[in-house]
Each structure stands twice: as structure tokens, then as C-alpha cells.
Design a protein around this ligand. Structure first.
Ligand code: CO8
Length: 260
């Protein structure tokens, strides 16, 4: 599959995807969103890929938002379609069934912050800046950022970040739970690859069900979510990987998971 605005590198079971429009700080135009949709679908169904790492090209930016050139000429109908398309792509990433790690190498603003929030885990360079500046354009987040932000950092902080539009630094993002870890900028990709390789060694089916249990379970009443968790627990008990994991523990050796 050829892409104009994405780079793909395979590093063992890790797929490294780079959004590559550095001249516009990797802003997401319609074409890039569509390329992301197609590539993520491919990676979802590729059993050789156990973890996806997502970053932005260049030193300055992860993704500086939706492409404002397109927003400036949107109509009510195209705006709605654009928002729905973005939401669909981010849902796909959130529920890919394998961890997607965002390596936030600079600005993650607007749609870029929303994209990072749809990822399973977020590592940020200490130089990163995150925020939802849509209000400054007379807009609001349209890729479900109002919802993911409130769920990640709580309603009060979400209101503050989205109503003021003011970006925050990596240290504050860590303090409020918007990112999982902050590392020196020069070490970001090495740390992200290390985490990705660690997760790639885990049992893929168990990871898929953990992601489903948390993502889907959070949208259910607690009692139903607990039953859902128990069902996934029962399913995972049928896997070769469960037998390998428990056997390896008892034999005091490292397990080798096959995704079966
Ligand atoms: N879209 C298009 N171009 C962009 C964007 C963007 N989001 N961000 C930066 N660029 C371009 C600049 O226009 C500039 O282009 P040029 O060199 O041709 O002038 C180039 O990238 C470099 O940017 P700057 O010169 O501005 O770089 P600075 O270091 O001075 O500033 C900033 C960096 C602070 C990141 C600044 O570029 C900025 O504020 N960018 C816009 C950030 C923003 O507002 N993002 C939110 C966009 S709205 C959004 O994401 C909505 C998502 C939901 C949409 C729902 C569907 C309708």
C-alpha cells in the first residue's frame, strides 16, 4: 500500500507509523485521515503486528490539528462528514485490538491531541505541548475530544482545557493523566520502541481483551462490565497462550506467546 503522507516501518512485531507532513506540522487533512484509516485497518488484521507506534515527522510536532485550510472552507454538511470520518478513524485506533502507543514528539493540538487520546498509551517528549485550541478558531473539538478528554482527565480539567484553548506542557499533562510518561525529547523514540517491544512480547489475545474490557466496559454499567470481563476471562482461558503463560511460570522460564 502506498501513502503520500504516512511512513511505515516494521521493527519486528512493532509497526512504526509516522504522519509525514512536516511543512504543516503534520496537520491532518482529509487525505491523511483516509490514509490513516486504510493503514490502521491493514495493521489491525496483520497478525505479524502486535503493537503500533504512532508519531509525527520532524522535531517540532506530533500533529498540530486538523488542517485549518480545509476547516476554513467547510460547510455544515462537509463539516459534519469530516467530524464523523475523524471520529471513525479514532475509534478504529482506540479499538484496534492491539496497543497503539503515541510518541508525542512536539505539538499535539486540536485533532492531534484527540488522535493521541485515542491511542492506548501516550509517551511525551518533555518539550511536547498538548491542548485543544479549537475555541480560538470559533470551533470545538470534532473528533470526540470533548468525550475522550473528560474521560481521561475528568470533567473539570476537560472544561478548562477546551474552554480556554491554552496548551499545557508535558509535565502538566503527566500530572493530570493526559499522558502516561514523559521522557527527554532525545530519548522519546528509543523509550517508545522499548515499551512497544515489551508489549509485543505479551500474549496478543489477552492484550486484545484487556483493551476491549476497559474500552467497552467503561461505557457499561459496572455490573454488566464485570460480567463482560468474566466472559473475556473465560475466553482467554481457552487459549494456547494461557496454557503457555501458566506453564512457563511453573517451569520458571520465559513464556513464548504465539497469539493462539
Ligand atoms: N493546519 C494547517 N496548517 C497548519 C496547522 C494546521 N492545524 N498548524 C500549523 N500549520 C502550518 C502553518 O500555517 C505554517 O505554514 P506556513 O509555513 O505555510 O506559514 C506551518 O504549519 C508552520 O507553522 P507556524 O509557522 O505557525 O509554526 P509556529 O512554530 O510559529 O507555531 C503552532 C506552531 C503554535 C502549532 C501554530 O502553528 C498553530 O497554532 N497551529 C494551529 C494549531 C491549531 O489551532 N490546531 C487545531 C486545529 S482545529 C482542529 O484540530 C479541529 C479538529 C476537529 C475537526 C473536526 C472536523 C470538522
Amino acid at each position: 500500500m502506498a501513502f503520500d503522507n504516512l511512513l511505515l516501518e516494521r521493527d519486528g512485531a512493532v509497526a512504526v507509523v509516522t504522519i509525514n507532513r512536516p511543512k504543516v506540522l503534520n496537520a491532518l487533512n482529509t487525505q491523511t485521515l483516509d490514509e490513516l484509516r486504510r493503514l490502521m485497518l491493514e495493521l489491525k488484521h496483520d497478525d505479524g503486528v502486535r503493537v503500533v507506534l504512532l508519531t509525527g515527522a520532524g522535531e517540532k510536532s506530533f500533529v498540530a490539528g486538523a488542517d485549518i485550510n480545509e476547516l476554513a472552507v467547510q460547510t455544515p454538511v462537509s463539516g459534519r462528514e469530516h467530524a464523523l470520518t475523524g471520529q471513525h478513524v479514532l475509534d478504529l485506533i482506540e479499538n484496534l485490538g492491539k496497543p497503539v502507543i503515541a510518541a508525542i514528539n512536539g505539538y499535539a493540538l486540536g485533532g492531534g491531541c484527540e488522535l493521541a487520546m485515542a491511542c492506548t498509551l501516550r509517551l511525551a517528549a518533555d518539550t511536547a505541548k498538548l491542548g485543544q485550541p479549537e475555541i480560538n478558531l470559533g470551533l470545538l473539538p470534532g473528533y470526540a475530544g470533548t468525550q475522550r478528554m473528560s474521560r481521561l482527565v475528568g470533567k473539570g480539567k476537560a472544561m478548562e482545557l477546551i474552554l480556554t484553548g491554552a496548551p499545557i506542557g508535558a509535565a502538566e499533562a503527566l500530572a493530570i493523566g493526559l499522558v502516561n510518561r514523559v521522557v527527554p525529547a532525545a530519548e522519546l523514540m528509543a523509550e517508545a520502541r522499548k515499551l512497544a517491544a515489551e508489549l509485543a512480547g505479551h500474549a496478543p489475545i489477552a492484550m486484545r481483551y484487556i483493551i476491549a474490557a476497559i474500552n467497552k466496559g467503561l461505557e457499561m454499567p459496572f455490573a454488566e462490565a464485570s460480567v463482560f470481563e468474566a466472559t473475556l476471562f473465560g475466553l482467554v482461558a481457552s487459549t494456547e497462550d494461557m496454557r503457555e503463560g501458566t506453564k512457563a511460570f511453573l517451569e520458571k522460564r520465559k513464556p513464548e506467546f504465539k497469539g493462539r
